[in-house]
Ligand binder design. Structure first.
Ligand SMILES: C[S@@+](CC[C@H](N)C(=O)[O-])C[C@H]1O[C@@H](n2cnc3c(N)ncnc32)[C@H](O)[C@@H]1O
Length: 207
């Protein structure tokens, strides 16, 4: 079983304060995109994926950026609908943001911490995760031949906006860019395709 981790950057998603649950796609900074990503990363038709994690990066609003990490092997009591997920996020962003890299568990399997995508990549590097930037313009993620895939893979995706130039600099140095096809698709669909490849032991092109 390949452990897969996803990191999504919410460029305008508020890191602190009140979340407007009735307007996730507007005044909540495309929080709807992040909720769909959580859903795709963690939920099966009936149950939760034990081999999947997702960290959402809330980079918008006032105050320091915040990361929220969901671990499928530990989380319980989570419901897949966007509004229920957003309700969890609303409670979390009402709390003070912990220091960068200091994780505090607020609900079983859900932690928060300060930091940004560079912090997440540093943490993943320490845990021997092979990190891939998902990018439609890169070489294809899957390979023709057969080879063993690494046991831990991390995938970085953006929300509805392109990665910023600062993020691109970090990603260029620390990740392998790979594509799922030449059409730009939505982030949660990209996550679903990654699950399909890994669930079916498709060899990946990581050289
Ligand atoms: C809605 S897309 C972002 C589109 C944004 N306008 C841009 O130019 O980056 C969300 C994320 O899904 C991933 N993605 C979308 N299509 C992809 C593809 N064909 N191959 C690999 N990743 C893809 C990328 O990581 C992208 O940042």
């Amino acid at each position: 079983m390949v452990e897969r981790r996803f990191a999504i950057i919410g460029h305008r998603a508020p890191s602190n304060g009140k979340l407007v649950l009735n307007d996730l796609s507007g005044s909540s900074g495309r929080m709807d995109v992040l909720m769909r990503a959580i859903n795709s990363a963690l939920f099966l038709s009936h149950g939760i994926r034990l081999d999947s994690h997702i960290t959402i990066h809330l980079m918008g609003g006032e105050g320091p950026s915040r990361r929220i990490w969901f671990d499928g092997s530990k989380v319980w009591g989570l419901h897949p609908d966007e509004r229920a997920l957003a309700g969890q996020i609303a409670k979390i962003i009402d709390e003070p943001t912990p220091a960068r890299g200091h994780w505090i568990e607020l609900h079983p399997g859900i932690w928060h911490s300060g930091g940004d995508i560079s912090t997440t990549i540093q943490e993943w590097n320490k845990e021997d995760v092979s990190v891939i930037k998902l990018d439609a313009n890169a070489p294809l993620l899957w390979a023709d031949g057969s080879s063993d895939n690494p046991s831990k893979l991390g995938f970085i995706i953006s929300d509805d906006l392109p990665f910023s130039s600062e993020e691109e600099d970090t990603l260029k140095e620390n990740t392998l860019p790979r594509s799922l096809g030449e059409k730009w698709i939505q982030g949660h669909i990209a996550i679903g395709i990654v699950h399909h490849l890994l669930d079916n032991s498709i060899s990946l092109n990581l050289n």
